[in-house]
Design a protein around this ligand. Structure first.
Ligand SMILES: [Zn+2]
Length: 411
């Protein structure tokens, strides 16, 4: 089982300089490798892969002095830059094969090249936690970390990625540590199950009737963000005032993301504590969000509407919530079941009749049996019923005992 932990780093001035110089090198290496691939293909019709480029890394150092890695830089870290490029090409070709129109991998600017990686896997060395609780990064030194949440002692560290936020004097650094953990003992069952409808009006509605609004940080912040980006656009390129505006805007974005992450963690933890079986809709978040650019908008869809909906989807961070839910459930030995979302909002949870006319705005009123309820809660119940059906459980009869017994049979 893998988990990722994220912490703030506090490098000294000298460590910061070392980080900057490794980042500069990594960016140049990335661009040089990209150029090499492009030229090899254009001139020779030859496709270079990671293997070729990794083998050439040593050679490249000799032939291009500006590409000399800074002193003490870990070799794996340099190779990792080539792997990153390889992944970019992999994604590019994958999307080509699927008939999409991806952009060719791009050259990166030093200002936007923000990540370096180390690993503890194998004997690549490069990183360790010292007895003093510092993070020793090869070529950087022992960096102070704010361990606001301890990594369990039984964890094996894997990849360690250091990311820079903003450049220059305002630069802040974070580290994310991937750790492998032993599979924990499952928690005692609660006998309870829940269906979750992820909505636009609210973050989620539960089949228990509970309604949870997200932080809505996006909407509350949208005005500030719009104003911030206008301000940025007005200011002269390269000016100090522009840099300041850019930093302000970035800070707003970061706070927004923090609030959203925090809310997703809390909600997913609560759900996992309370329920054994958690039923969700299978969402195609990536596709839906991508169509915001118009490339994948469904035929006949009103583009403005689509865009608004997509914005909400990204805003609500469903994907984030689902991924937190998945790993927390795994840790606790709970099950998350994803069901097909078709017609969930048009199906009656009482009698199973499907009729679009049963749905009237925020209310659901079944035309077949008269069942009336909040539309999203009804959908959540439908989702739970589908999950149970898929799990091979009979639809539980009335009464709590039947439901518990049915659930206990599979838990
Ligand atoms: Zn009905």
């Amino acid at each position: 089982m893998h988990r990722t932990y994220r912490y703030r780093l506090y490098p000294t001035r000298r460590q910061r300089e070392a980080l900057e110089s490794q980042l500069r090198f990594a960016c140049s290496l990335y661009n040089a490798a990209l150029e090499q691939r492009r030229d090899a293909y254009r001139r020779l019709g030859k496709s270079l892969g990671y293997g070729d480029q990794s083998a050439e890394l040593t050679e490249l150092r000799r032939s291009a002095p500006e590409l000399c890695p800074p002193e003490g830089m870990n070799y794996w870290s340099a190779q990792e830059v080539l792997r990153r490029l390889d992944r970019a090409f992999g994604a590019f070709f994958h999307r080509l094969r699927r008939g999409e129109k991806p952009g060719y991998p791009r050259f990166r600017s030093h200002r936007r090249f923000n990540t370096l990686a180390w690993t503890q896997k194998g004997n690549a060395g490069g990183v360790e936690v010292t007895e003093q609780g510092r993070l020793r990064l090869q070529g950087i030194g022992c960096v102070k970390v704010k361990w606001h949440r301890p990594i369990p002692a039984e964890a094996t560290l894997g990849e360690v990625r250091v990311t820079r936020k903003e450049t220059g004097a305002r630069a802040r650094y974070h580290v994310s540590v991937t750790a492998k953990l032993p599979i924990p003992e499952p928690r005692p069952g609660t006998g309870a199950a829940v269906g979750i409808d992820m909505g636009v009006r609210r973050l989620v509605s539960l089949s228990t009737g509970e309604l949870v609004c997200g932080p809505r940080a996006g909407r509350a912040n949208a005005k500030r963000l719009r104003r911030g980006s206008r301000k940025l656009a007005r200011r002269k390129r390269g000016s100090a005032r522009r840099a300041k505006a850019a930093a302000q805007l970035a800070r707003h974005r970061e706070r927004e993301a923090n609030r959203r992450r925090d809310a997703a963690h809390k909600l997913s933890r609560t759900l996992v504590e309370r329920f054994d079986l958690i039923a969700v809709e299978r969402l195609r978040v990536a596709n839906m969000v991508r169509s915001a650019s118009g490339t994948l908008a469904a035929p006949g869809a009103n583009v403005a509407q689509k865009r608004a909906l997509n914005r909400e989807i990204a805003d609500q961070g469903w994907g984030q919530l689902l991924s937190y839910l998945a790993y927390k459930a795994e840790e606790a030995g709970r099950r998350v079941v994803a069901v097909e979302p078709a017609d969930t909002s048009r199906t009656c949870c009482g009698c199973g009749a499907v009729d679009a006319r049963s749905r009237a705005g925020p209310r659901f009123r079944c035309l077949a049996c008269g069942h009336a309820e909040d539309a999203d809660v009804n959908a959540a119940k439908v989702i739970l019923a589908r999950a149970r059906a898929r799990e091979g459980i009979e639809r539980p009869g009335r009464g709590r005992q039947a439901a518990t017994a049915a659930l206990a049979a599979v838990v």
